[in-house]
Design a protein around this ligand. Structure first.
Ligand code: 0A1
Ligand code: ZN
Length: 886
């Protein structure tokens, strides 16, 4: 294989030609599809000729005409990736290209492909080039029309972007539809769908009175499962008007659910295409977590209409400009629809579980990467989730109204443009006349900053000092870093646990007032910008307990000198609920690490009674939100603990987490039983806060109890399984029982499959549950499931469930005999032939192989080397595997 080419941000060049209008014509057929495109091309500088380079992949060129005249072979160059016109006219001209494509053979699921017999497209990031020759880059924004024709019986519904302006019948049982999108857009937002689909319809009236038809399309039998998605869409439309003043801009908004999709969903202009798992829900077939994801992702794709579509990215390096911002917006939306604290906890947990390891590994990259081989590999937790944290920091620094001003200016300046992260930064800064010093480093420096805080109280001067030091670890290509601009939200608690009034802080030789409108505040945001820095609070009458980084005000690792007593105190009293949870997590992490050390030295494991009491008081505090309790009594994940170790030891961490879980279950057995009893309910399922929090707490308690593997408790879980009226409770009971190998597990798993074998989304959960199991030697079971009738390696959801699920079980993936690695290595190569994007996601599970002991390292390395050496390897997998080995 030729070594794949790396593309660099610093090499960005404006295009030499713009495209003004694009008229597409698709003739969809069973063995081939013919695509005609007619483009009005405008040279950027008239009178000067540059080559026009069009991207194209897996296309058969049928003909090419320039201003109506067919081009001859010598007028252009065609290679496997491009069509190049060496010296096109220096005035506006018309280019007409006809290509042939084969969607039915397209297993990569990018470009035009078939899913369950229907045609659909996925063009982000670089899929449009698999449809026709084009300058497939986001700074080429054009107005599109799309004429689709197909057999009327097989494909009664024909959809594309914008407005339907004409439709009719053709000869031979065919029909057509003509769509026109009045907004300029980049090619990655183009979409087409054709097939047998039925819609759920509703109407939304925007605040300026526009009547928008909303349609959610699925297979006929799934229409009843789209009610929640429709509800979510309408809620999102209303929320964006209320919070950001943003209205929808067309008369039609379509969502199509397809079962074969690489990602979650796609924001194509007015024709969002969704992975069906993020649309379809009913109480019996979807859990509360699914309902919440649907709400969030429907919101996310809808919000892209402004942040992504109306204002888009100049180039793919700027991806976080639309993704970080839109994730931030969907997080805020979900917070407003449910519990803000619980949502924040879930988002921060996700960041820690997935983004921190990425930031500390071979694939570490800044929120705005400097280079890539395959853009698909950069739809990452760093670009999305860390990117959202960067947007959140603007809001933390500017406050709600300052942030809104910045957003308004961003749209005023850039509507209809393809822009950069600096443009967003400049809008925030200019709208507020703000001083952001070196804030832009968040876009260019990778790695999670480590911030250390030490505190001291001076009873003579009534001052309280916090000394900060920060360090950004080296990452690939970035050995040395500059100090970052870190907003640290702080509160100080008095001995009763109340917030102390904060009036002034001394910093760099000046005493700054931090009162607001003459009133002291309970939380202030310190701007930490140097490697070492001190802030001294004045008028502090006695030694406080500090609550640092409230609401997780910056995506950093924090290391403070808080004692265990301080942490228990914060767990009990902090007015910042996020930091209450955080105090429990810090205690949990410390405890787990010290028990891991004991385990490794063969010492007996003993659980600190203070920890048990802390958990007990949270569990029994009826003033707390039940979902918050569920989160607060859940121990930090195994990955998080492994990340804190010199050499990650999956067996020790797993053993310790199981030990604590069982110990808590046994010592708090009575409390957990009461929790299950008090939170059981036979009322019909509703996705509302009250019911959801009840279920969350009950299910967490049940999982603790079932870990004890005793007959009475297994019976209790079985009873919950049988009596459940909804999947949230039924699946939680199944999961609780499945923790322990044996007869009960086997029979309830078999029963569940019999019940749900007709519903592939439910069956996927059943696959995951088995794949993720910590039962020793589980790789064999996963290998068996590869041949189960419910599995299909071509369907990404099934791969994510079974193979992705297996990668989520540290003890089995990292089994000391190398069986997990070998299994994954083989499957990656098999997958790569079909779908490189999905294969690349799976190979990522190897990326932190150097964190483990030498035996494991050697075994993982063999697999990575085997992958890199394979014939015909995709660029997607090559990039991840080779960077992992580097
Ligand atoms: N832009 C979509 C997600 C998406 C990204 C890449 C894809 O193919 C490589 C597909 C979808 C979103 O953020 O929702
Ligand atoms: Zn997005």
């Amino acid at each position: 294989m030729e070594t794949p080419k790396e593309i660099f941000l610093k090499h960005y060049k404006m295009p030499d030609y713009f495209f003004d209008t694009v008229d597409l014509k698709f003739s969809l057929g069973e063995d081939k599809t013919i695509v005609c495109s007619r483009i009005t091309v405008l040279p950027r500088v008239e009178g000067v000729s540059f080559p026009l380079i069009l991207d194209g992949q897996d296309l058969k060129l049928v003909s090419i005409k320039l201003n109506g005249e067919e081009l001859k072979k010598e007028d252009f160059v065609l290679d496997s990736r491009h069509l190049i016109l060496a010296s096109p006219p220096t005035k506006p001209f018309i280019l007409e290209i006809v290509t042939e494509i084969y969607p039915q053979n397209n297993t990569s699921l990018e470009g035009l492909y078939k899913s369950s017999g229907n045609f659909c497209t996925q063009c982000e990031a670089e899929g449009f080039r698999k449809i026709t020759f084009y300058q497939d880059r986001p700074d080429i924004m054009a107005k599109y029309t799309c004429h689709v024709e197909a057999d009327k019986t097989l494909y009664p519904v024909l959809l594309s972007n914008g407005n339907l302006i004409e439709q009719g019948d053709l000869e031979d049982g065919r029909h057509y539809a003509l769509w026109e999108d009045p907004f300029k857009k980049p090619s990655y937002l183009f979409a087409l769908v054709a097939g047998q689909l039925i819609s759920r319809d509703d109407t939304f009236v925007t605040r300026s009175g526009r009547k928008v038809s909303l349609r959610i399309w699925t297979k006929a039998e799934d229409v009843p499962k789209t009610a929640h998605a429709m509800h979510s869409l309408m809620a999102a439309m209303k929320w964006d008007e209320e919070v950001f003043g943003l209205e929808y801009d067309l008369d039609l908004f379509n969502i199509v659910a397809v079962p074969d999709f690489n990602m979650g969903a796609m924001e194509n202009k007015s024709l969002n295409i969704f992975n069906s798992k993020l649309v379809l829900a009913s109480p019996e077939t979807a859990t509360d977590a699914d309902y919440a994801s649907i709400l969030g992702v429907i919101g996310h794709e809808y919000f892209h209409n402004w942040t992504g579509n109306r204002v888009t990215c100049r180039d793919w390096f700027q991806l976080s400009l639309k993704e970080g911002l839109t994730v931030f917006r969907d997080q805020e939306f979900s917070s407003d629809m449910g519990s803000r604290t619980v949502k924040r906890i879930a988002d921060v947990s996700r960041l820690r579980t997935y983004q921190f390891p990425q930031d500390a590994g071979p694939m570490a990259h800044p929120v705005r990467p400097h280079s890539y081989i395959k853009m698909d590999n950069f739809y990452t937790v760093t670009v999305y989730e860390k990117g959202a944290e960067v947007v959140r920091m603007y809001k933390t620094l500017l406050g709600s109204s300052g942030f809104r001003k910045g957003m308004d200016l961003y749209f005023k300046r850039h509507d209809g443009q393809a822009v950069t992260c600096e443009d967003f930064f400049a809008a925030m800064r200019d709208a507020n006349d703000a001083d952001f010093s070196n804030f832009l480093l968040w876009y260019s420096q990778a790695g999670t900053p480590l911030v250390k805080v030490t505190s001291s109280y001076n009873s003579e001067t009534n001052t309280y000092s916090l000394k900060f030091s920060q360090q950004v670890p080296p990452t690939p290509g970035q050995p040395v870093k500059d100090p970052m601009f870190i907003p640290v939200a702080i509160g100080l608690l008095d001995s009763n646990g109340n917030d102390l009034p904060l009036t002034s802080v001394f910093h760099e030789g000046l005493l700054h007032s931090i009162s607001s409108n003459g009133h002291p505040v309970s939380t202030t945001v310190l701007r930490v910008t140097k490697e070492e820095e001190e802030f001294v609070f004045h008028d502090i009458p006695h030694k406080p307990v500090p609550s640092i980084l409230r609401n997780y005000s910056a995506p950093i690792r924090l290391d403070s000198d808080l004692t265990d007593d301080d942490l228990f105190f914060l767990l009990d009293h902090d007015s910042d609920e996020f930091n209450r949870w955080e105090a429990g997590q810090i205690l949990g992490r410390k405890l787990m690490l010290s028990l891991v050390a004991d385990y490794q030295q063969n010492k007996p494991l003993v659980l600190n009674p203070k920890f048990v009491n802390g958990m007990k008081s949270i569990l029994c505090d009826s003033s707390l939100d039940k979902e918050f309790i569920a989160k607060a009594i859940t121990l930090p994940g195994e990955g998080e603990i492994m990340d804190m170790m010199e050499v990650a030891d999956p067996d020790a961490v797993h053993a310790v987490r199981c030990f604590i879980k069982k110990q808590l279950a046994s010592e708090l057995r009575g409390e957990f039983l009461t929790t299950v009893k008090d939170n059981s309910s036979a009322e019909p399922y509703e996705f509302n806060h009250h019911n959801m929090t009840r279920r969350a707490l009950k299910n967490t308690a049940l999982a603790y109890l079932a870990s004890l593997d005793d007959l009475e408790l297994t019976k209790l879980a079985l009873n919950e399984y049988k009596s459940a009226t909804n999947l949230t409770e039924q699946f939680a009971a199944l999961t609780a029982i499945a923790q322990n190998p044996g007869e009960a597990r086997d029979s309830v798993l078999a029963d569940f499959y019999r019940k749900w074998e007709h519903d592939y989304l439910v069956v996927n959960k059943w696959l995951t549950l088995q794949a993720i199991s910590d039962i020793p030697g589980n790789v064999k079971n996963v290998q068996r499931l590869l041949n189960h009738p419910s599995f299909d390696i071509r369907n990404p959801n099934k791969v994510y469930s079974l193979i992705g699920g297996f990668c989520g079980s540290p003890v089995n993936l990292h089994a000391k005999d190398g069986s997990g690695y070998e299994f994954l290595g083989d499957i990656v190569l098999q997958l790569d032939k079909l779908n490189p994007q999905v294969a690349a996601r799976m190979v990522s599970a190897f990326s932190r192989w150097r964190r483990y002991d030498e035996t494991r390292q050697a075994l993982a390395k063999v697999q990575l080397e085997k992958i890199v050496a394979a014939n015909g390897l995709s660029e997607n997998v090559y990039e991840i595997a080779s960077k992992s080995l580097a």
